[in-house]
Every structure is written in structure tokens, then in C-alpha cells.
Write a protein that binds this ligand. Sequence first.
Ligand code: GLN
Length: 488
Amino acid sequence: MTAENGIRSLVARRAAGEISAAEIAAHYLERIERHDGDLNTLISVCAERARAQAEAVDAGTAADGPLAGLPLIHKDIFCTEGVKTSCGSRMLDNFIAPYDATAVARLAAAGAVTLGKANMDEFAMGSSNETSYYGPVRNPWNRDYVPGGSSGGSAAAVAAGLAPAATGTDTGGSIRQPAALCGVTGIKPTYGRVSRYGMIAFASSLDQGGCFARSAEDCAHVLGAMAGFDARDSTCVERDVPDYAAALDGNIRGLRIGLPKQYFADGLEAGSRAAIDKAIAELEGLGAEPVEIELPHTDLAVSTYYVIAPAEASSNLARYDGVRYGHRCADPVDLDDLYSRSRAEGFGREVQRRIMVGAYVLSAGYYDAYYVKAQQTRRLIADDFTRAFADVDLIAGPVTQAPAFRLGEKLDDPVSMYLNDVYTLPASLAGLPGMSVPAGFVEGLPVGLQLLAPWFEEGRLLNAAHAFQQATDWHTRRPPGYESQETP
Ligand code: GLN
């Protein structure tokens, strides 16, 4: 993609009066109307609100920030005042958020317009977007395939051109994995970079907001507006947000890029491997220096994550009790009945499974064997990265072992679904920033290149992805049937 049809040019053209925010919003609402029926990317469309916001931008009565008039889709995990915020669950099907998440408020203050709320795995638990109460999202590259999860609706919507960008969250890969499977660019920043306030909690020590767009440059614009300190999230880090977009120079000469041996071992599908190898050769051609590295505790990541994340989830989800908000069963006979039936009806199977696993690993007698042990292995995994980054500037590898799988293929086999996360979980456990960058295709399905950077080096990450995108055109490819994505 050239910069001419990216976010910067869209915002500049609007500012110059070549196109109005109302026209831009109408273009995307029309695409949603035309295509979302096939893809199921959205849980709610906010057409009226989007038109009103766009008109306010045009009238000069809305915030005139750096994203003025830019339409966005928010993952339905972000609270949006006055709009249903379901988190993909029947439990919150009736929940109208009374306030905006900080990320949403910041984007609105930058002038962004909300088109709708994206479908997602229930409470962000999943890798295929099939656990949503609202039905699966379909991959625009082939509608028989999954878009990845849990931010599958956001990724698929951007791939199909239903919005120029979308927000997402990544607890164990939920931005990088759907970005890879849908052929869009996605960034998960460092834990603490984007406020979690108003972002419905799954596993609080891992949850991090980020975004999807068609290029690293576009991600830089959106992330720059979302990120920053927020006193209402105790783990949000007080640290200046660089101007990511302005810093992009596409120069990666001399950058040392670590290739973890463990990410190229058995299990990586041959076509994906070929695409990743080619992408690394491309980075080398741009002046980067690939170096083989070791992340020796990689094989502990799946078991570590699938103890810690359910443990935190079982605690976070205790708040859904049918009393103050959320689903309430009909005619409870007593308080126990209210709790148990409301939760049994409100939560889907995967969420229930996680709550049971989480409660088990936290229970007296098992806490030390599972939860404490997982905290220790989490540290080993993080230390692997500390050692690696003493020698390299970035790490590169695959996002997933293979491209998208068929809808239904792994639904009855949770372990195979969990194993799908093997390359994304380690960075989440370490709190590192990561990206997925389109890097080729296998039989018509996209492959993503994963890039990881040291803590708070999102700028370095975005610049490497930008350099790659200046030299390749994978990110400009459009799924057949969804090609015409340019704004008028
Ligand atoms: N697939 C992982 C899970 O199911 C990660 C999800 C996420 O990052 N939200 O927990």
C-alpha cells in the first residue's frame, strides 16, 4: 500500500475538504451493509452514532485531533458508552456500557468515528472466533475457514475493508494470530502501554489493547492515539508515547534480528515456513542481520499460560452473578439458584471450562503444584527474552504453525486449539510488544510474520514492519470479492 491511501492521507484529504467525514463514514457503513452478512464481523453496527459523530467532525463541533473523521471498529470487549458491550457473551447480551473505555475515549478525542463493535470469542477466550455467543466470524479469504481469535471480528473487518482500522486485545495472541490468519497488520503493545480501564477483564496480568490496520504506518497512527498513561489502570505505565508515525523511516540497516530455533522446529507447516524464510531474507536484503537465538523455555508456554489465564479468568468472571448487571435467570428460588443458573445460562462451554480449570489450579492443595509453578515457569520464559534481547534488537518468526484452519475443525478438541498459540503465548507471558505482518500465502490463505521487540520498543517494531512493507506488497492484497476498498 502506498501512503496515498492510508490513514494519514484520508485524514489529510478530509482536513483539506476533499472529502467529508460524513462521506467517509457512509462509504464504510455501505460496505458493512453489503458484506457483513457473509462474514459476521460485527455484533453491533452504530450507524446513527457514526453519522452523528462524522457530522460533528465536519461541523467542527467534535474533537479535531490527529484522527479526525477516521472510522474505526472497536472489539466488543471495550466499553462504549450507550452501546451494547457484550464481550461476545450471552452474559452481557443486555449490557449497555455506562462509560467509555480509556482507549475508546482517547480515540474519540483524536477525532475517530465508531462504526460498530466487533465480534470476538466469548470473553476473548479462543483462537478461532468460534466461541462467540453471536456465531463464528468467517475469514474473508475463504469463508469456510476461521479468522483466528479472539479478535477475529476486528481482523476480518479490516481485511474485508469494512473499516480502515480496528481495535483488539491480546492476552495470549488475540491480535497477532487473527491478524496473521486474515492477512492484516496487527500490533500488541507492551503490557502497560494501553490502558485496560473499561476493557472487560479476562486475565489481567496479560490483557493488553492494541489495533489492526492495513499497514504498519496505519497501526502507528492508531496506536499513537490509544496509548498512554491512565491513572485508572494501576498497571498502566507512566511513560511518554513517542510519535510512532513520525518516527517511521524504514531504515533497518544493521538491526540484529534473532530467529528463535524453537520457533522453527517441527510443527511449523512447510508452506508457512517457506513464507517466513522468504520474509527474513527480505529483511536481510534491507540491511538487517539475522542471528539464530535460543528461547529454551518456549515449550513451557502453553501449559504455563493455560494455568495462569484460566486462574485469573476464574477470579475476574466471579463478578457475573446475575445481581447488578448481566444475564439473570428467570424466577430464581434462592440466591444459590440465582448464581448457578445465571452463570450456567450466561457462559458458554469454553468459558465454563476455563472457570473450572482456574478454580481448580487456585484451590487449596493444588495452588502450589499448578499456580505457583506456572508463575515460576512464566519467569523462566521472560528471562529467556531478557537474555535474547541482550544480543538482538528484534525477534522474528512465525505467528502460527499453519494458516487458518476450517471452521469446526478444532472445536471439539480444546488441547489442539490451545497448541495453536505456541508462538504467541511466550511474548504475552513476558509482557513484550509484538506484531503480525502479512508475509505471503499458502493455498490462498495468508501467513503472518511475527516480530517481537524489547519492552516499550513499539517504535522499533513498527519501523521494521514499515521497512518490510515498503519492499513487499503482501499487505496490499485483498481477499477476492472484497477488493474495492478505497474511499471515494
Ligand atoms: N487463544 C488464547 C486463549 O484462548 C489467547 C486469547 C487472547 O489473547 N485473548 O486464551
